[in-house]
Design a protein around this ligand. Structure first.
Ligand SMILES: CSC[C@H]1O[C@@H](n2cnc3c(O)ncnc32)[C@H](O)[C@@H]1O
Ligand SMILES: [Zn+2]
Length: 445
């Protein structure tokens, strides 16, 4: 009898119509397979080669599917799923100050509510193929707990503002709150703590400088909404005499720790500073459109080679956490604005939602592509639908035609969390029932 020299692994995914690796070379493997051991990818390649080299007691036939890395949602406020559809058709300032901040001070003072909203968000994201998200909110420890329960990877950034917030009613304690958060949440390969200075119009230079120093000290990301609306630019100019980007530059905080969200109104000099100082950007096209904040100059970001990720923003301004929809919007929007169909092509946008997104979050050595050594954060899209037929180019389908509901299977760190479109880690119906119950109370007030 011939000796079996193959290597034993924990999981073999074979016969996928395509493995879209999202590696730097944009490698797409026809009839591909992936071998997974101890949560990480051992090998990826043509099915016949992988099957010859590896064996596993768990071997799944992925024919009729695309395998690709899990999507990376670079900007979310997970608990805000509780406010989905509560305040539509308003500009940012009215939406935020007249509706959302009061709603947060009423409903998000309960850490249980924050946990529940975050759990709903994690469910929505996993079912839609997102395996990593970067969050910013209050009681962010609860978001970390929800992410752990759901089995999704997360950067959890504690929100800091100069005025009373649900988890820090006394603003004088805001730096203590940041430190308390950092000492309470341990970094693992699933949960990565960070701090989120809300915006230049809600955080003083003292707050920005102190929180940024803490981020530098702990070597963690410093997040901030920046240059989201023209009103923001005008109000910062009126108060400080300079634009938001220049204000941060004058404070000496623009560096490799910074992840700036939106950047709709950043001018060329501000963008150049962001590039030169190693900061990164996040594009949230649907939230920017819905709040009529404007449209970020993403073609310029691409020209300048500024690493940028894609984010949905919270469900109160999007109103979903669907990264397939977000990719499609990002790919189409700039073509329409600049009357140039070559802009933001499918490969560029898919990279922003996977490998580049991982790079933006500082997680690129761990996730973002299907490559040996990376965590097995993998999703399987079913191709057996009219809207995905015929198939000439898998990248085209992923960006321009696929829907979140095409996601059939999801693995995070090699652990299957979605099977056949069903979430295995938490009871979604139970979460929906609890949120519906709470929403009836929210509606009454
Ligand atoms: C510290 S982050 C949490 C804080 O941010 C608010 N928020 C949600 N979406 C936006 C946005 O697009 N711009 C500015 N602020 C936003 C959220 O309601 C929380 O108060
Ligand atoms: Zn936001």
């Amino acid at each position: 009898m011939a000796e079996d020299r193959s290597i034993a692994v924990d999981l073999l995914l074979t016969n996928a119509d395509f493995v879209v690796t999202c590696d730097k070379a944009h490698r797409v493997i026809k009839n591909g397979a992936v071998a997974v051991k101890a949560g990480k990818i051992s090998a990826v390649g043509p099915s016949h080669e992988i099957i010859a080299q590896y064996r596993s007691e768990v071997q799944l036939d992925m024919s009729g599917h695309i395998l690709m890395p899990g999507l990376v949602n670079c900007h979310v406020h997970a608990p805000m799923t509780l406010f989905r559809g509560l305040g539509d058709d308003l500009p940012l300032e009215k939406w935020l100050f007249n509706l959302i901040f009061p709603a947060e001070s009423r409903w998000m003072r309960s850490s249980e509510n924050v946990y529940l909203g975050a759990l709903l968000a994690c469910s929505e994201m996993l079912l839609g193929g997102t395996t990593t998200f970067c969050d910013g909110y209050f009681f962010e420890e609860q978001v970390a707990l929800a992410a752990e329960a759901a089995g999704i990877r997360a950067v959890v950034a504690q929100g800091i503002l100069d005025f009373p917030t649900p988890d820090c009613p006394n603003p004088e304690r805001r730096f203590k709150r940041a430190e308390e958060f950092l000492s309470g949440v341990n970094q693992t390969d699933m949960i990565f703590p960070a701090l989120f200075c809300h915006a230049p119009y809600t955080c003083s230079p003292e707050t920005i400088g102190t929180i940024h120093s803490l981020c530098r000290h702990h070597n963690i990301p410093f997040l901030m909404h920046l240059s989201e609306t023209s009103e923001e630019v005008n109000s910062v100019k009126a108060k400080y005499g300079v634009t938001p980007g220049r204000l941060l530059q004058s404070l000496g905080v623009i560096d490799r720790h910074c992840i700036f969200i939106h950047g709709v109104w950043l001018d060329d000099d501000e963008l150049k500073t962001i590039k030169d100082r190693g900061s990164r950007l996040v594009h949230c096209p649907e939230s920017n459109l819905k709040l009529a904040s404007g449209i970020a100059n993403v073609p310029k970001w691409l020209d300048l080679e500024i690493p940028f990720g894609i984010g949905t923003d919270g469900a109160a301004s999007n109103n979903n956490l669907d990264m397939f929809g977000e990719m499609r919007t990002a790919a189409q929007l700039h073509k329409g604005i600049f009357l140039d169909p070559t802009l933001c092509n499918a490969a560029e946008i898919l990279h922003s939602a996977t490998l580049k997104g991982a790079e933006v979050l500082g997680l690129e050595p761990l996730i973002g592509s299907i490559e040996p050594g990376k965590y097995a954060d993998i999703i399987a899209l079913s191709l057996k639908s009219p809207h995905l037929t015929p198939l000439y180019d898998p990248l085209s389908h992923i960006v321009y035609a696929a829907k979140a509901s095409d996601v059939r299977h999801v693995w995070v760190g090699g652990k299957q969390v979605v099977y056949g479109g069903t979430l295995l880690s938490v009871d979604v119906q139970d979460i929906i029932d609890s949120v519906e119950k709470l929403s009836r109370e929210i509606l009454k007030k």
